[in-house]
Design a protein around this ligand. Sequence first.
Ligand SMILES: [Zn+2]
Length: 314
Amino acid sequence: MDLYSGSFYLGRWFQEEVRVHWTMILAVGYFILRSGVDSFAKAMLWVIVPYVLLFGSILAHEFGHILAMRYFRIPTYGVILWPLGGLAFGGEARRPKEEFVVAAAGPFVTLVLMGLGHLLAWGSYQVGVELVHRYPFSKYIWIFPYFGAIFHQFAWIQLYLFVFNVAVMAFPMDGGRMLFAILWYFKGPYRALILSAKIAIFFAFLMVGFAFYISSMMLGLIAFFIWSQASAILQNPELFYQLRAMSSYAPISPSPSKDSTSLLSQNPEEMEVEDLKRAIDLLLDKIERNGIHSLSQEEREFLFKANEIYSKWN
Ligand SMILES: [Zn+2]
């Protein structure tokens, strides 16, 4: 699935492009309807605020991965949020230790947030109780218990996220990547990739069964996502191995090829239609030949801008 083209640009946070997939907006709408709230204020308090906190925490989790990648000087390509969570894009690790630390950094952030959630919940209840004694008739008396409940729920969700991310040892979930790193250390990257994919298929089947048992469509979708990734690896493990190796050695900012340099140095907004088309084609060719990782930051920005302009014409 092409997540990039179906997503909105949210901004550049900590020098990282953050995008939201359109299905996320659909999902929040669905949860508002399903929650049965009958007023805007209730939707705000019981759906929007918890979801903003939830997706803020997922974003923090992804930035855990991003910061770990940067620490090892692995190139990073942004974060996309979608209803099944978040994805941090970047090059591949060069060593098992790097892979393990990058994979573990996200769940680590989630654990820290869980502790913070419990602390804030506890604090809110303490203040709430104190205020009830002092101002028993204030109409704002609900605020602290409300935040207490919200933070409490938040902390529990972080625990679920942590367990889910780590216990499901299926590639490309974090637990699967941590397992892959360990297998890589003992058996080398190629055998580790195949073993991880097989283990992922096993977990996907377990998850499908569990999804039916608790009738969770979301879990079913995640199982399908894991299964399709793993079976793609097993169908052509050599290709995936090459792809991994290629992107792990991709330079952080490859220089653009000579023929495209003059075109790409122009401002897309001031270019002739034909030139813009040619520049886009050049970049698309490059992606086809060498993968998305081969584009430099300037080229990616150019392509994004050019695409915007181009789609206005059509
Ligand atoms: Zn993660």
